[in-house]
Design a protein around this ligand. Structure first.
Ligand code: ADP
Length: 365
């Protein structure tokens, strides 16, 4: 049976049809021969077989019986041969679109990687296979372009501080007698840019960190947010932004370190993109299967048309403001990655000049 898997589908179909046909033909022929023979014995039992003659043809009955058996088997073999030939031809015709599809797929190379294959006029399984293939190509192309954009943006983000460092050093080199103060300024700038690059590289690495289910545990949400508020205390005090932690008795489940990082990012943003004297309200609701956490701020808000894009890597609503505030533009996409790794969902609502509200839904287990 295993050998059958090594031959083409066309041959396999032909062989199985031929086998079925052979069994049917042999059974039919045998039943015919047996029925026929059953009518002859009476004459056969006569003392002299050769004297029993067919009344119409005048041929001895035993000879006629042998002829009948002989020709029955000849016809049977011809039927089997014709049937096998026909099934080989029909299987070839039926499988032609598969062969075409396979040929088209074989011709795909790096130059036409995302070229959809020609759709089929039919509505059969092969046409459905071609449609599924095209659908897969579309998704691959989207993901490939996403990766390309990501790499280009990452390169650009890394290039900006590097260019600044190089420019500062070149200016210093042009000065024949730089002062200690000038050296100090260049060093300070270089350090700031290097720190920015280090943060970006750290964020890029974090984006690809995978979730280890063994690290998942249940932990208290209120305590985690108290720690987060303590971490952002300096920046919230600078802007006089009040942070209310309204969570009581809520348990979260997941990789604590990763989730803490995600929520820290959200609270940092709520403070960073807030007005002076604004507020941040953190609350949570426990449901049967999930926990919903919301972080709402009274900040600058986000234009409606840009709400979808803020989760894209390196997307910033106001590039210069965001850079000045030390953002890499990766924050929300890292948060989304972490939440999705926990099989959760994240949504954002906002009104420009009004508020921003982030809702995170996490499964309980
Ligand atoms: P960044 O590192 O620049 O802060 P993020 O990915 O965290 O990048 O956010 C993307 C952009 O979304 C930010 O540049 C900012 O313009 C906008 N944004 C994020 N959170 C808020 C918020 N709470 N209020 C207003 N704008 C926000």
């Amino acid at each position: 049976m295993k050998q059958l898997n090594k031959i083409t589908l066309r041959l396999r179909l032909t062989i199985s049809t031929a086998l079925t046909l052979t069994v049917i033909c042999v059974l039919l022929t045998l039943s015919q021969v047996i029925t026929y023979s059953a009518t002859v014995p009476a004459t056969h039992l006569n003392a002299d077989v050769h004297l029993s003659l067919n009344s119409t043809t005048g041929t001895p009955l035993s000879e006629e019986k042998n002829d009948f058996i002989y020709w029955s088997f000849v016809y049977m073999l011809v039927m089997i041969a014709l049937g096998t030939g026909a099934s080989y031809f029909i299987a070839g015709k039926a499988l032609k679109p598969v062969a075409n599809l396979s040929e088209t797929v074989k011709n795909i190379d790096e130059n036409n990687l995302f070229q959809p294959i020609k759709s089929f006029d039919t509505n059969d399984e092969v046409a459905q296979l071609a449609a599924s293939f095209n659908h897969m190509i579309m998704k691959l192309e989207k993901s490939f372009n996403h990766q390309k954009r990501f790499a280009a943006n990452a390169a650009h983000e890394l290039n900006t501080p590097l260019s600044s460092i190089i420019a500062n050093i070149e200016v210093l080199q042009m000065d024949e007698h730089p002062t200690v103060q000038e050296y100090k300024e260049v060093l300070d700038d270089t350090l700031a840019e290097a720190q920015r690059m280090s943060l970006l590289v750290y964020d890029l690495l974090k984006m690809n960190s995978s979730l280890n289910r063994d690290n998942c545990e249940s932990f208290d949400a209120k305590t985690m947010f108290d720690d987060i508020i303590f971490t952002v205390l300096e920046s919230s005090n600078e802007k006089n932004v009040r942070i209310d932690n309204n969570i009581t008795d809520i348990t979260l489940f997941g990789d604590k370190a990763l989730l803490q990082r995600a929520f820290l990012n959200l609270v940092q943003n709520a403070v960073k993109y807030n007005e002076d004297n604004g507020a941040v309200i953190i609350s949570a609701v426990q449901r049967e299967e999930s926990v919903t956490v919301t972080i709402e701020d009274t900040g600058i808000g986000i234009p409606e048309g840009e709400l979808e894009s803020v989760f894209e890597p390196f997307y910033r609503v106001d590039t210069s403001r965001s850079r000045a505030l030390g953002g890499s533009g990766l924050g929300l996409s890292i948060v989304k990655t972490i939440i999705e790794k926990h099989r959760g969902k994240i949504e954002i609502e906002s009104e420009l000049g009004g508020f921003s509200k982030i809702t995170v839904v996490l499964p309980k287990k």
